[in-house]
Design a protein around this ligand. Structure first.
Ligand SMILES: *[C@@H]1O[C@H](CO)[C@@H](O)[C@H](O)[C@H]1NC(C)=O
Ligand SMILES: *[C@@H]1O[C@H](CO)[C@@H](O)[C@H](O)[C@H]1NC(C)=O
Ligand SMILES: *[C@@H]1O[C@H](CO)[C@@H](O)[C@H](O)[C@H]1NC(C)=O
Ligand SMILES: [Zn+2]
Length: 540
């Protein structure tokens, strides 16, 4: 009887794990206080946001001409708020032995920077799903939904089947133009941000069939995100898929190479299905699950490459084994080499996805370190790709509530305490959080001195917070955008987040809407100018 109950409890735990995400509780609580105004009904349609974004493109592009981008990479620092950038560059400089504040992350040297507004149709503060729909599909959506317009309420499978609600990402736009596409992430490849490159789902948590069923939906009607990646377009056409999340592709009775079970209850092995699809299409392919195999694939260069390096997310860079696990820079390099073989060009999505997770846990040091890893990946891409034909855009999906506060002296350890103490003589951290799991109960009306704690200065030490929550929240502030390459200047100023893929598409001449190539009639390209001159000379 006890073992039965225990099994039931464990099962319930596993199911809960399968259908929700501890960093992002499904129901963060009831709405309290006044909601002002009402959302315009127009905002529920895709065309409203597409029209608005195209107007932004026209306004910003003017009659500008110039070179188009053959290749486009969007680098996404999940939760990489502006204070995260300032703190990460300081840590980077301090690790090199300098005061730190003057250091630069690789992309901070890009010629253009701007700001994007991240709110979603039904939310003041974005989650990674509605914001990914904005910066990859060009349309603002409801919190928790992926690749569908705001006419789809979260978890409503039937609403998500309406063709008018279903969106195409910039990865699909690139493929439709004969270019290649791929994704790289440090999270599960089925997690919200990368999933918006290929999936349409009324709930970001529908990463496997069990979680679709757990919400009362039918996976036959609304296939889970992993299934969409392997069996539907555009995912089936991606030349590179690199990240974590093996469990979403394997049935519960199958144990993966590193000893973890799958989460699927439909018995499907999607890694095998990926292989048989490629065999059927007679294309060379390779599936890898560790760094050594990845480096071998980098030498053999199959036409299609899928690498799933963990059962769930990749481990934090500071807590992983760099000889068996690839870094984000290595993954990015291999992906670029794979995609570069297409002369027409490519679209690649690269995500530093665990900046967000570290912040949710109030692990400031890990969040900064993951940001530095993203910076290294951008730096590698900038070395491999030419500024004249490759557009690199770096941004974040939403902010977080880490603050960079107090009056620490120049060169102070950015992971240390601020100058002085609080009113009670207790020190406080330069990097602390408004909310999260790092709350410490006050003792006799005073904050505790966290610097006396045993785990203080260890990598998984939580900084202190004001509001006790099981998971720290996202922030509603604007996030930065950095750009280098053809048409980079388009990304200056302040704009809605859903303008980003429209701006990239304009620069690359792919997808619907305005393209820089269509502006060509205004400026005569040098080659036609030369041929006209030659004609004139010969006609004389
Ligand atoms: C789901 O969406 C459909 C179609 O838009 C709608 O008729 C239905 O009431 C919605 N169901 C729920 C549970 O909200
Ligand atoms: C498969 O591809 C190889 C190499 O491109 C080619 O030689 C072979 O004829 C193809 N086989 C089929 C059945 O199409
Ligand atoms: C991938 O292969 C290229 C070409 O041989 C090599 O220069 C590069 O260092 C390799 N990348 C990795 C991550 O090993
Ligand atoms: Zn988050």
């Amino acid at each position: 009887m006890y073992t039965g109950m225990f099994t039931a409890l464990v099962l319930a735990g596993v199911l809960a794990l399968a259908s929700t995400d501890s960093y992002h509780p499904d129901e963060p609580g009831s709405v309290r206080g006044t909601v002002r105004g009402t959302v315009q009904r127009d905002e529920l349609s895709a065309s409203f946001w597409q029209g608005q974004a195209q107007a932004t493109v026209k306004r910003r592009a003017g009659s500008e001409t110039g070179p188009a981008a053959r290749n486009v990479i969007l680098f996404l620092g999940d939760g990489m708020s502006v204070p995260t950038l300032a703190a990460a560059r300081t840590l980077l400089g301090q690790r090199r032995g300098y005061t730190g504040e003057e250091a630069e992350l690789s992309f901070e040297t890009f010629p253009t920077s701007g700001l994007s507004k991240t709110y979603c149709v039904n939310a003041q503060v974005a989650d990674s799903a509605c914001s990914a729909t904005a910066y990859l599909c060009g349309v603002k959506a409801n919190q928790g939904t992926l690749g569908v317009s705001a006419s789809v309420p979260r978890s409503n499978c039937s609403a998500s089947l309406d063709p008018a609600a279903r969106l195409q990402s910039i990865a699909a736009w690139a493929l439709a133009d004969g270019r290649d596409a791929g994704l790289v992430t440090t999270t599960r490849v089925t997690h919200a941000s990368p999933a918006a490159t290929y999936a349409r789902a009324a709930n970001r948590n529908w990463e496997n069939d069990a979680s679709v069923r757990a919400d009362g939906a039918d996976p036959q009607q609304c296939p889970d995100i992993a299934t969409q990646l392997i069996t539907e377009d555009p995912g089936r056409q991606f030349k590179v898929i690199l990240g974590g999340g093996r469990r979403e592709f394997l049935p519960s009775h199958v144990v993966d190479e590193e000893g973890s079970s799958g989460t699927r209850t439909d018995g499907r092995n999607l890694i095998e299905e990926w292989r048989s699809d490629k065999i059927e299409r007679n294309v060379t392919h390779s599936y890898v699950w560790n760094r050594e195999q990845l480096l071998r694939a980098n030498a053999t260069m199959p036409e299609y490459l899928m690498g799933l390096f963990e059962s769930s997310h990749l481990r934090y860079n500071m807590l992983t084994n760099p000889t068996t696990e690839p870094s984000l820079a290595e993954l990015t390099e291999v992906a670029i080499r794979m995609l570069q073989r297409n002369n027409k060009g490519f679209f690649l999505f690269v995500e530093g996805g665990r900046i967000d997770h570290a912040h949710h846990s109030n692990y400031a040091e890990l969040a900064l370190d993951e940001t530095i890893e993203l910076s290294a990946a951008v730096s590698r891409a900038a070395e491999l790709l030419d500024e004249t034909d490759s557009l690199l855009v770096v941004t974040a999906d939403h902010a977080h509530v880490m603050s960079f506060n107090g009056y620490a002296a120049r060169g102070s350890n950015v992971l240390g305490t601020a100058r002085g103490t609080d009113r009670d003589g207790v020190p406080y951290m330069t990097l602390s959080y408004t909310n999260g799991p790092g709350f410490r109960a006050h003792v006799e009306g005073k904050r505790v001195d966290v610097t006396k704690e045993e785990k203080y200065e260890s990598k998984e030490w939580r900084s202190h917070v004001d509001v006790p929550l099981s998971s720290e929240t996202h922030g509603g502030d604007d996030v930065a955008v950095f750009a280098r390459g053809p048409q980079h200047a388009l990304f200056s100023g302040l704009y809605e987040q859903n303008a980003i893929p429209h701006l990239m598409a304009y620069a690359a001449c792919i997808g619907p809407g305005e393209h820089v190539c269509n502006n060509a009639h205004i400026v005569i390209p040098l080659s036609s100018l030369l041929s006209s001159l030659i004609l004139i000379i010969f006609c004389r």
